[in-house]
Write a protein that binds this ligand. Structure first.
Ligand SMILES: O=C(O)c1ccccc1NCC(=O)[C@H](O)[C@H](O)COP(=O)(O)O
Length: 203
């Protein structure tokens, strides 16, 4: 499970203590959850071992991504914009590709196109927004035939995550807004309730 949009070390440590496997750091200036390189570095260097640090980018330049991954010490890149497969695979780190799903999204084609991706992160398509929308999409749009690991995102919270896991059987779930007190500030009680929801799922 990944807790995304971390901006404070205390939130990262609280999420990890409660069972999160990964944290997401948003390097997208227009996001209310944006972190600077210095902020991200000071979070990452104070994490315990075996936690995956994911850097989220939206249509960033190659130079910006290289500078960030080298400075911060990230493990994985999450591309959340309109990046092509060629752009995604040019970096030293493995990547996951976020796909914003709507009724006509061809996920089978995306899976073929992004064959180098470690996983596809499925988020909600909302006109004019690139992510972190807090909106749920119709999970029945996900073909059961996909071979790649699926990370389910988009409007998950403690009330719907159990049903999401039982219905979709994702490799992992990703949450941001559903465990926040306010944008960029996580709520430890909401994280705990979310993780209970995941653990309660019968699969
Ligand atoms: O969080 C943002 O502000 C953001 C901005 C631009 C692109 C992506 C962004 N967030 C993505 C995520 O936090 C997660 O990967 C995921 O989409 C879950 O978001 P939420 O629906 O809030 O749980």
């Amino acid at each position: 499970m990944k807790i995304c949009g971390i901006t404070r070390l205390e939130d990262a440590l609280s999420a990890i203590e409660q069972g999160a496997d990964a944290i997401g750091l948003v390097f997208y200036a227009a996001s209310p959850r944006h972190v600077s390189i210095a902020q991200a570095k000071s979070i990452v260097e104070n994490l315990p071992p075996f936690i995956t640090t994911v850097g989220l980018f939206v249509n960033a330049t190659e130079a910006e991504i290289v500078k960030t991954i080298e400075a911060v010490g990230l493990n994985l890149i999450q591309f959340h914009g309109d990046e092509t497969p060629e752009q995604c695979k040019q970096f030293a780190l493995p990547y996951i590709k976020a796909i914003r799903v709507k009724s006509d999204t061809n996920l089978v084609q995306y899976e073929a196109d992004f064959e180098d991706a470690k996983a596809l992160l499925l988020d909600t398509y909302t006109e004019g927004l690139v992510g972190g929308t807090g909106q749920v999409f119709d999970w029945s749009l996900i073909p059961k035939t996909l071979q790649k690991p699926i990370i389910l995102a988009g409007g998950l919270n403690s009330h719907n995550v159990r049903q999401a896991v039982e219905q979709v059987h994702p490799y992992a779930v990703d949450v941001s807004g559903g465990v926040e007190a306010s944008k960029g500030i996580k709520d430890a009680a909401k994280i705990a309730a979310f993780i209970r929801g995941v653990n309660d799922a019968v699969i």
